[in-house]
Design a protein around this ligand. Structure first.
Ligand SMILES: [Zn+2]
Ligand SMILES: [Zn+2]
Ligand SMILES: [Zn+2]
Length: 105
């Protein structure tokens, strides 16, 4: 079942290719591939933190922060990767492995 239609996906794609800060706050972006504009996005079988595009195979982080509940999206520049645990750091500064909130890389 598609949650986003093709026209909407194209508009979101055009906008968020240029404005990546904000992808995490847009629920529809869980269903749009930023590589090929596909709306066929499914949970990645071997990684609970990732979604994968069925059409081009691009996988990206998208999940809820375990600390504050906000959405974390690996395509958003405000969610950089954590060197220690390998998942993404939420805009609250947490990724799950750094309770002190030290976001230096
Ligand atoms: Zn794709
Ligand atoms: Zn958080
Ligand atoms: Zn971490």
């Amino acid at each position: 079942m598609d949650t986003v239609d093709r026209d909407t996906a194209k508009k979101l794609f055009d906008y968020y290719r240029k404005h990546r800060d904000g992808i995490r706050n847009k629920p529809e972006m869980a269903s749009v591939c930023l590589i090929c504009v596909s709306v066929h996005i499914i949970p990645k079988a071997d990684n609970a933190h990732k979604l994968v595009c069925r059409d081009c195979g691009f996988a990206f982080y998208r999940y809820s922060c375990a600390v504050c509940g906000k959405t974390v999206d690996g395509r958003d520049p405000k969610n950089p990767g954590c060197q220690k645990c390998g998942i993404r750091i939420c805009s609250c500064g947490e990724c799950g492995c750094r309770p002190e909130g030290d976001i230096s890389v």
